[in-house]
Ligand binder design. Sequence first.
Ligand code: SF4
Ligand code: SF4
Length: 166
Amino acid sequence: MNSGKRKARLHFAMKLKYPHDVLFECIRCGSCCRDTGKRRRKIVLTSADLDSITKTTHLPLNEFSRASHTAPKPFRRIMRENYGACIFLGDNSKCGIYDSRPMICRCYPFSVEWDETNSTFSLLRNDCPGLGRGIKLQKEFFEKLAQEVMSNFKTSEETRRDFRYQ
Ligand code: SF4
Ligand code: SF4
């Protein structure tokens, strides 16, 4: 079976839950890339995130991330910060590694809980300025995101483990 078919089979075996009636369009404001007065933003990284960022930036792991004893498994490390903002956040509030941004950034403003049979998306933050804009999110949006989350896990151990992106 080729990987496309395998992914499709995994995809259809999975039960997907997601919030309905949500309008959203990311305006790339960078608010989710930094601490605010109301919350601390911690960017946790999987091994696939780390590989992807290393490949894009050619930076050693320790320059953009640090080990964390508190990040829940399967996350390995945490993005380094600069005065409360992700080190890849540019002066223009744009992500400097947008095409290689970590999975947690791709999911925002939603959290996702995953186990072998269920994928449940919930609205994590309602202060994201992209909410209430653009189009009403349909099932296809969350299906695509769930596929991306699934393929982000590199090892079978990571894939099997229940986790929560938030
Ligand atoms: S997800 Fe929301 S907070 Fe983050 S950049 Fe997009 S609009 Fe801004
Ligand atoms: S990687 Fe990009 S999207 Fe993610 S927190 Fe850093 S600047 Fe923001």
